[in-house]
Design a protein around this ligand. Structure first.
Ligand code: FES
Length: 122
């Protein structure tokens, strides 16, 4: 099996899909090679990521990575969310094929971009 059960689960049944109205930060990133785009919205209360949602126009691994990444930062301090690496996302998914690792990089980048947007507004 090319993909782990966790990847399939988060692809078929992604968590935190959608939009946050009046978000505290938004990050949008894309990969020029595959053309996939990921957008992450965050709500921050007392320095905690109180809510996070995503929209991903992309491959299954990108959707699974966004879903897992949002789960990993939800309820966490902003400083901890900033430290989330694509490796941690891929590990939490029980691995991604090598040529699909860039999909998890999008998730890391989108979260960083959303937090930077939030910090800029402070
Ligand atoms: Fe582009 Fe997965 S193939 S993000």
């Amino acid at each position: 099996m090319l993909y782990s059960e966790k990847v399939m689960d988060h692809f078929m049944n992604p968590r935190n899909v959608g939009v946050i109205e009046n978000p505290d930060g938004v990050g949008e990133v894309g990969n020029a090679k595959c053309g996939d785009i990921m957008k992450i919205y965050i709500k921050v209360d007392n320095d905690i990521i109180s809510d996070v949602k995503f929209q991903t126009f992309g491959c299954g691994s990108a959707i699974a990575s966004s879903s897992m990444a949002t789960e990993l930062i939800k309820g966490k301090p902003v400083s901890q969310a900033l430290e989330l690496t694509n490796k941690a996302v891929a590990e939490a998914l029980d691995g991604l094929p090598d040529y699909k690792l860039h999909c998890s990089v999008l998730a890391e980048e989108a979260i960083k971009a959303a937090i930077e947007d939030y910090q800029k507004k402070q």
